[in-house]
Design a protein around this ligand. Structure first.
Ligand code: ADP
Length: 300
């Protein structure tokens, strides 16, 4: 029977817990930190997942969470068993985008039960742990790492084909921790808008991923042009082609471009992923094509 108990959140930072290298510590044999790997890191999480995909962007607001939600949904509707992990701890918007923001996490058999959106799509988000959505999360790196470790090891994900991880913008602790702790990380998808200020940061994200020794699965250019809803003429609001240029320069796949579309924004606000809206709008086709390209790169 599900109990409505919040999972434990870390109260002590790793800094407080352990101030020196295990090799030189007198209490290493009795200390839980001593079980950690060479750099004081815990071992890879023991979870049953075939492909872990990180979704990254250099900047906020470029549509990274929108892409994560649509990608996870597209994969699940192609028959894959998918987990969606929202690690954008400072702005966890995925539950809102899926219309499940009222859910709270429950414990079952000592494991955290994810929210099951469909039989094939389960979600975990920091948002489920926060009583008041307007309360900011103020955590140092080690606390985030402890929470991520819990999300990987103490959640009843079941066997997964994919774990899609929505990360905060930039090159921070969350991405590093996933790269280090999650098994079978296939690489990262970089979402960018076309203008120079965004593509500059997208390049940084791509280099960061390469420094971690992981492949860039591909670049997605979001908000790429816009069709005027009145006259149908194309408006280059943020320009076009910046994402493709980044992909070419970095010699990584370009997965496609998604235009600005008011229906896309509405889908996020209404909690219904754009990809499941039936229709043959040019935007729907481009989102679908991007998802197909991504699945192809990962699975081939
Ligand atoms: P990020 O995760 O990069 O911060 P979000 O996915 O939260 O960005 O998107 C920011 C806002 O832009 C949201 O309101 C979302 O609905 C909207 N949005 C994202 N992509 C598009 C698009 N192609 N057309 C219109 N609105 C979009």
């Amino acid at each position: 029977m599900a109990k409505n108990t919040l999972p434990k959140t870390p109260t002590k930072s790793a800094d407080e817990e352990c101030k020196q290298e295990c090799s030189s510590c007198a209490t290493a044999s009795s200390c839980s930190s001593a079980k950690k790997g060479p750099a004081g890191l815990p071992p890879k999480a023991d979870m049953d997942v075939r492909h872990v995909i990180m979704v990254l962007s250099g900047k906020g607001g470029v549509g990274k969470s929108t892409v994560s939600v649509n990608l996870a949904y597209a994969l699940s509707s192609h028959g894959r068993k998918v987990g969606l992990l929202d690690l954008d701890m400072h702005g966890p918007n995925i539950p809102k985008m899926l219309g499940i923001e009222q859910h709270k996490l429950a414990m079952m058999d000592n494991k955290i039960e994810p929210v099951h959106v469909t039989g094939k799509l389960s979600v975990i988000s920091m948002a489920f742990l926060i009583q008041d959505p307007s309360t900011p999360i103020i955590w140092r790196g080690p606390m985030k790492m402890a929470a991520i470790q819990q999300f990987l090891t103490e959640v009843n994900w079941g066997p997964l084909d994919y774990l899609v991880v929505d990360l905060p913008p930039g090159t921070g602790d969350e991405a590093l921790t996933i790269a280090q702790l999650a098994p079978n990380v296939r690489g990262a998808v970089i979402v960018t808008t076309p203008q120079d200020v965004a593509t500059l940061d997208a390049r940084k994200s791509a280099k960061f991923i390469e420094k971690l020794g992981l492949p860039v699965i591909g670049v997605i250019e979001n908000m790429s042009g816009m069709l005027c809803p009145h006259c149908g003429e194309e408006i280059d609001l943020f320009g076009k082609g910046g994402g493709r240029k980044v992909a070419e320069e970095m010699s990584v796949p370009f997965l496609g471009a998604i235009p600005i579309d008011i229906e896309m924004r509405k889908a996020g606000d209404e909690g219904r992923p754009f990809i499941i809206r039936r229709g043959d709008s040019p935007t729907w086709k481009s989102v679908d094509a991007v998802m197909e390209a991504l699945i192809k790169v990962v699975e081939e």
